[in-house]
Design a protein around this ligand. Structure first.
Ligand code: NAP
Length: 353
């Protein structure tokens, strides 16, 4: 028995050394296309490029202008928006992301940005949904650039004429997240009490308006400077988190949308009705829990959920054409608007991030 144990320890030790060497070699071999990004003369565009992790490494450079494939459209970007999603790629945090293919030592993909709005300049030969001159909005990696190519069947839709490119560019990640959290995860019904923690941010401002359009009684949680904003978006009640803690209040909610996981799950459960739903959306900023980010909390919700009557779960937004069209209709009809704090030039993306 002792001998078998000794062998097991030896094998585990050797496997650990092999794993360590593997990660070490992979780390130093991790590279990207920096240096090969030379713009083809006469066919270049400006784009934000980063060769190494960190905000200080973002640069506005000349890169090759993309050419659409048969199923793609080429969009001249008129506006793009910045999301916490972009910070995570800029910083390469949580670091577990790097192991999952984002790039161990350097970012594998050197281009940034997702959400855009613009005008279609060219379409591939199989594209029937859009034509040159159409104003569109949606999401596609590398949106911090003058042009972006995206598959016509993906997350792209016609921009309502009544909204600006800046407003449309702010919709894709935040609006889709809010819609899917309320409709698909929260399954919000008219009259239900919905609490939105982090109601003044990108996701929260859309969530307040969408929850109201579903007929919910909405409570938004934000800081003092945003109380009037959240109320103006239609929230029935606003809690200023600098003065009051929603988790210690007497109110009970049917659905909690959590953009800011700054309370423990048991604190959230205390203010959730016995059959209420807790939807985890946010995972904190790029500097919170730099190694595993939101994964610890996600695992806790998954482990807890089968043992209780309340439904605890996380969501991952799935950007798609149909939901973008629903959001476009809501904006066109005035049921929802985008809140824009500040605008920047393309060269100022580092400041905006
Ligand atoms: N799961 C998904 O698919 C998905 C999709 C999109 C986003 N996200 C995540 O969701 C989170 C929110 O995204 P976002 O675009 O809305 O970010 P954001 O625009 O930066 O907004 C964050 C909001 O949180 C609020 N906040 C900060 N501290 C707070 C506190 N102690 N209590 C209540 N609110 C507080 C801020 O309000 P004040 O300014 O008033 O302080 C701010 O408005 C991020 O973690 C993001 O990564 C997840």
């Amino acid at each position: 028995m002792k001998r078998i144990l000794k062998w097991i320890v030896r094998i585990v030790f050797v496997l650990l050394i092999i794993a360590f060497l593997f990660v070490f070699v992979a780390y130093w071999r991790s590279t990207n296309d920096c240096g090969q990004n030379t713009a083809v003369s006469g066919n270049s565009m400006k784009a934000i490029v980063y060769c190494d992790y960190g905000l200080a490494n973002l640069k506005l450079e000349d890169v090759e202008k993309p050419t659409p494939t048969d199923d793609q459209v080429l969009v001249k970007v008129r506006a793009a928006s910045v999301n916490p999603y972009d910070w995570h790629f800029i910083e390469g945090t949580p670091k577990i992301m790097r192991l999952m293919g984002v790039g161990l030592r350097k970012p594998k993909d050197t281009r940034l940005g997702v959400d855009f709005a613009g005008t279609i300049e060219a379409v591939g030969k199989n594209v029937t949904q859009f034509k040159p001159g159409d104003d569109v909005f949606g999401g596609r990696g590398g949106a911090f650039a003058e042009y972006v190519c995206r598959r016509a069947e993906g997350a792209i839709a016609l921009k309502p004429a009544s909204i600006t490119f800046e407003q449309a560019a702010s919709v894709n990640i935040a609006g889709i997240t809010a819609l899917q959290a309320i409709r698909d995860k929260g399954k919000v019904q008219p009259g239900q009490k919905v609490l939105i923690n982090g109601a003044s941010g990108g996701v929260g401002t859309f969530a307040v308006q969408i929850a109201k359009s579903f007929g919910a009684d909405v409570t938004g949680v934000c800081s003092t400077r945003n109380v009037d904003l959240v109320r103006s978006l239609g929230a029935d009640h606003v809690i200023d988190y600098t003065k009051e803690d929603f988790a210690k209040g007497a109110e009970r909610y049917d659905v909690i949308l959590d953009n800011v996981p700054n309370h423990t799950l048991s604190e959230c459960r205390r203010v959730l009705n016995p059959k209420g739903k807790y939807v985890l959306i946010g995972g904190g900023g790029p500097n919170d829990s730099r190694w595993i980010g939101p994964f610890g909390r996600i695992i806790k919700t998954m482990v807890l959920s089968p043992f209780i009557n309340q439904q605890m779960g996380m969501m991952m937004a799935d950007a798609n054409h149909d939901d973008l069209t629903i959001l476009a209709d809501m904006m066109q009809s005035g049921k929802m608007k985008a809140v824009i704090d500040r605008t920047y030039k393309l060269s100022e993306v580092p400041a905006a991030s």
